[in-house]
Every structure is written in C-alpha cells, then in structure tokens.
Design a protein around this ligand. Structure first.
Ligand SMILES: [Zn+2]
Ligand SMILES: [Zn+2]
Length: 245
C-alpha cells in the first residue's frame, strides 16, 4: 500500500498534470497545480472601487477623479463594517487556488496565497486593530472538511501584524444552506441567526478584523459583522483574499 502511494507520488512529481487555470502542462517537479505564468496574471484590485465594500467601478470613474465613493448597495443599507481590505479579484489563479484549498483540501495552496497576502500587506496601512477573527464553520462542516480555510488565512494575517487571533468566541450555531443559488432576500433570511458571540466582554470596545477566504455577495460577512457589533465591538473591518467583481 505504502509503496503504491509512493509510486503514485513519484509519477505525479515527474509528470505533473496540466495547470488548472490555463491547462498548459506544468514543468516537471511543479506540484502546485497552477503555473507561474497564471500566478503572475493575478488581477489585483485597482481603483476605482467602492470605498466600503470594494466593489469595482468602471475605469471611466477614475478619470473623473472620483476616489471616495460608495456603491449603490452600500449607500442603501445600514453597514456593520467599516470597510473591507481585499487584494485581488476572484478569478483566474485566485479562484482556482481557493477552490483547491477549500473543496479539494489542497493545503499546499496556502503558501502561494500567503505570498500574495504579504505583497499586499507590505503596501497598505491597516487601521488600529485589536483582534483577528476568522469566520467560523459550523462544526458539522468543520468535521467534513477537517480544517477551516478562513482560519488558515486569519493565522497568516495575525502573524504578519502580530495580532491576537480569537477563534472560538464567534460561533456558527446554525448550519446554513449553500448561498449560491439563493436570491438576495433568501440569502439574508438563510444566514440570519447563524452566528453567536459566546463571551461578549472579549469583543467589547475592540477593533476587530473579520477574515474569510472570499467576498462574493457579502451576506455571510455582513451578518457576522452585525453580530460582532451587537457584542459591542467598536469597529469591524473585513479582510478576504479575493472579491467577486
Ligand atoms: Zn497556467
Ligand atoms: Zn459598496
């Protein structure tokens, strides 16, 4: 059995599969699933975008000199978070890497993603922060997956900025249906009551950075931020690796 899997490992090392993004053959000894070329083409989030949720705007707005601007959704709804910090767009290598990590348990994706994060962190000014909080998985999902991808990312953030990571105080008390096929209204209803803060004192008057892998509709992060604000957090900021455009 062991020799068999050793053999398989050796074969995949010598004859790696194609790049999951561009489908070109990978170089021998490349075990990363994604080629260097595709990593170099990662789309960084560029101005102009919404100053709260980072929704990208058409480039024409930049030429009009508009830099501080809220999108229509952010102008309409009450916000429980100050703003989101997000380095890239959710496509190409980023989308594939996050998928490989989350659904195929390829934890080897953490290293190239960490490289992207470090490049971003080297150039931004975070506000004052007290604690880093990963979006929790429901325990059933955690058991299935074996790890929480948001926690892996939050760990890197906490280490980089030398902040404390708190992972068991914000809890997912209700398992939710997958959000992708739901309408906006259904998503909000679906997520309501999914989170709980166990010990409110721990977050009171604190500046929190809430971390997840990707921002798509924002429903989950917004609900978690609402619960953190109700636990009397002073401010809630968000960080995700990528954002849907
Ligand atoms: Zn490629
Ligand atoms: Zn917005």
């Amino acid at each position: 059995m062991e020799i068999k899997s050793l053999g398989r490992g050796l074969i995949s090392l010598l004859f790696p599969s194609d790049c999951k993004v561009c489908h070109h053959p990978l170089e021998p000894l490349n075990c990363s699933f994604i080629c260097e070329d595709c990593w170099n083409k990662v789309k960084w989030l560029e101005v102009p975008y919404c100053s709260r949720c980072s929704k990208p705007f058409p480039p024409s707005l930049a030429s009009q000199g508009i830099s501080q601007f809220l999108c229509s959704e952010c102008r309409k709804e009450k916000s429980y978070f100050e703003k989101i910090f997000v380095p890239t767009l959710y496509e190409g290598a980023m989308k594939e890497a996050i998928h490989l990590l989350k659904y195929r348990k390829k934890t080897g994706m953490v290293a190239p993603l960490e490289k992207i994060m470090r490049r971003y962190f080297d150039h931004i000014n975070f506000p004052h922060l007290d604690l880093v909080i990963p979006i929790p998985l429901h325990r059933k999902k955690f058991r299935e997956r074996g790890f929480n991808q948001a926690e892996l990312i939050a760990n890197i953030v906490a280490r980089y900025f030398k902040l404390e990571l708190v992972k068991n105080n914000l809890q997912r008390v209700r398992a939710t249906k997958t959000q992708t096929t739901l309408s906006r209204k259904e998503r909000i209803k679906n997520i309501k009551g999914a989170f709980k803060v166990k010990n409110k004192d721990e977050f009171q008057k604190k500046s929190l950075l809430l971390v997840d892998d990707v921002y798509t509709t924002g429903t989950t992060l917004k609900e978690a931020a609402r619960v953190l604000k109700r636990a009397r957090a002073r401010e809630v900021y968000l960080f995700t690796l990528a954002r849907a455009s």
